[in-house]
Write a protein that binds this ligand. Structure first.
Ligand code: CA
Length: 233
């Protein structure tokens, strides 16, 4: 893997935050940070991070709430909670909200880096499995940007594969155009960006993966909510 993995550090204590940033940069990660809850949530939702390191006690919004809100939009976002709270109940609460791991403070840097590597390994392995996407009779090779629709060979652009991949990861629910613009295109939320960009890509994808693009059954429109990929047969 040549791409540098991106980590978001959400921590209000400056000494810990800068310490974490230094260590993570030293280990070869790309690091961004936030020192309040709302800023952390905003960055987590609009940036594309391989991992979010999330403190619990934060000004503005606590780590549980942030974790919850991230999960509501992206159940695959790897999250490690950092906290000084050590009662079992609080650990369970953190994990119930879907944190992938929990590291109590004070932590040894070495211990933390090992836990980070473990979580990243698991999520990267999960992404590898998604190399082949099956959408009904359509098989998509996401690495080679190619696929087959029955007997027909198809090719995709990188962006089309990213859109399909994101929809496939969230196939149990519709995904809004705004979310696609933020998560796939990387545009900040609230910017006045033409959502037609998304529609054009969806139309192109339908011509490739549907039997009849005018009557989509695989990449469907959910009125008022967005698009949903139907991955079953
Ligand atoms: Ca704190």
């Amino acid at each position: 893997m040549s791409r540098r993995l991106r980590i978001l550090v959400v921590e209000d204590e400056e000494a810990i935050r800068t310490g974490l940033i230094d260590v993570l940069v030293f280990h070869g990660y790309d690091v961004d940070s936030a020192d309040t809850g709302p800023l952390g949530l905003d960055k987590a939702l609009t940036g594309k991070f391989d991992l979010v390191l999330l403190d619990i006690m934060l000004p503005g919004m606590d780590g549980y709430e942030i974790c919850n809100r991230i999960r509501a939009e992206d159940r695959n976002q790897p999250i490690i909670m950092l906290t000084a709270k050590t009662s079992d109940e609080e650990i369970v609460q953190g994990l119930k909200l879907g944190a992938d791991d929990y590291v109590p403070k004070p932590f040894s840097i070495q211990q933390l880096v090992l836990r980070i590597e473990a979580v990243l390994r698991r999520s990267q392995a999960g992404q590898q499995q998604a190399r082949t996407l099956n959408i009904g009779d359509v098989e998509v090779d996401t690495e080679n940007l190619s696929g087959t629709n029955g007997a027909e060979d198809i090719t995709f652009t990188k962006r089309e594969i990213e859109v399909l991949g994101y929809l496939a990861q969230n196939s149990e629910r519709p995904v809004s155009r705004e979310e696609l613009l933020s998560k796939v295109w990387g545009y900040a939320r609230g910017l006045d960006i033409e959502t037609r960009t998304v529609d054009i890509h969806i139309a192109k994808l339908r011509r490739k993966i549907e039997v009849d693009p005018r009557e989509p059954v695989r990449l469907i429109t959910v009125r008022g909510a967005g698009y949903r990929l139907v991955t079953g047969n």
